[in-house]
Design a protein around this ligand. Structure first.
Ligand code: SAH
Length: 221
């Protein structure tokens, strides 16, 4: 991808995102500097390249520029989110970054592959062992289509592509809330949508860019 940087440290990676004009929000920069991506990827120094990397189980940690865009869309929309959901939490990176960006929030990460949840818990504890212990962050094995139990969220981030926008997740947005979600079939054009729900519950959506994400599965195979 055109944005690829060859940094060998988290600071270098963030500096590259700033240089390329992608990272412009200082609060997001602080959060990304605080969360060392190397703790969330098994790829050693390659973790600091602006590219997706394997996290096992056929899944990937998204590229840093995608994490950066997602965090900035959230931040520009809402600087005081309290209830945050990350569906398809994978490595746990974004759970950690969202928790740093929104220190007064609770972040719930849902991930369908139990082995990845176990690893993401280790990653999060290495990063900051008070996050899970204090209950500021929860990471659960579950299916993002149906584990929500009527809860409402100010921010929903979805880390895997659904063929169409899941209405279950739109219902889980609080008034004034925002959802970042990649949509589209595998191996076809996918786009990342920013969906906003206004105070009256009316939903607006914008397509931000073409993307390639692993599928948001309905059931674990
Ligand atoms: N933001 C994560 C993305 C990981 S890849 C990161 O950067 O590390 C997307 C993840 O979504 C995969 O780990 C996959 O197992 C998970 N996933 C797919 N369908 C799911 C579903 N229905 N519910 C919860 N997690 C799901």
């Amino acid at each position: 991808m055109a944005y690829t940087t060859r940094a060998v440290s988290n600071e270098g990676l963030i500096a590259g995102l700033v240089r390329s004009g992608i990272l412009t929000e200082s609060a997001v920069k602080e959060a990304m500097l605080a969360v060392d991506r190397g703790l969330f990827s098994a790829d050693g120094q390659a973790a600091y390249e602006d590219a997706p990397h394997s996290i096992g189980q056929g899944q990937t940690i998204s590229a840093p520029h995608m994490h950066c865009y997602a965090l900035q869309w959230c931040w520009r929309h809402n600087k005081d989110a309290r209830a945050i959901l990350d569906v398809g939490a994978g490595s746990g990176y974004l759970v950690a970054a969202l928790s740093r960006l929104y220190p007064n929030s609770h972040v719930l990460g849902i991930e369908i592959v139990p082995e990845l949840v176990a690893k993401a818990r280790q990653n999060l504890n290495q990063f900051d062992d008070s996050l899970l212990a204090s209950g500021k962050v929860d990471l659960v094995v579950g299916n993002g289509w149906k584990s929500l139990n009527e809860r409402k969220f100010d921010i929903i981030h979805v880390g895997a592509a659904a063929e169409t926008v899941p209405q279950e997740l739109v219902s889980a947005m609080s008034p004034g809330g925002i959802m970042i979600i990649p949509v589209g079939r595998q191996n076809e054009n996918q786009e990342i949508l920013v969906i906003r729900k206004d105070a009256h519950g009316k939903v607006h959506q914008d397509s931000m860019m073409g993307v390639r994400y692993v599928p948001l599965v309905k059931e674990r195979q």
